[in-house]
Design a protein around this ligand. Structure first.
Ligand SMILES: [Zn+2]
Length: 56
C-alpha cells in the first residue's frame, strides 16, 4: 500500500503526434505543444515542459 501525499506522482510521458509535415508534442499529463514542422524543435519544447513541470 502506497501513500499518495505528494503530487510528483504525475508522470510526464511525451509522445510526438505527426500530422502531415507537422509534429505536435503531447504529454500524458494533458499538456500539448504547438504543431511544428521540425521534429527536434517539438522535442525541445516537450523537454522544456517536462523540465519545468518536474521542478515546479
Ligand atoms: Zn507533462
Amino acid at each position: 500500500m502506497h501513500e499518495a501525499s505528494q503530487n510528483d506522482q504525475v508522470r510526464h510521458e511525451v509522445t510526438l503526434n505527426e500530422r502531415g509535415p507537422f509534429v505536435a508534442p503531447r504529454c500524458s499529463c494533458g499538456w500539448y505543444g504547438p504543431a511544428r514542422r521540425s521534429r527536434p524543435l517539438a522535442r525541445d519544447e516537450a523537454a522544456a515542459h517536462t523540465a519545468t513541470a518536474r521542478s515546479a
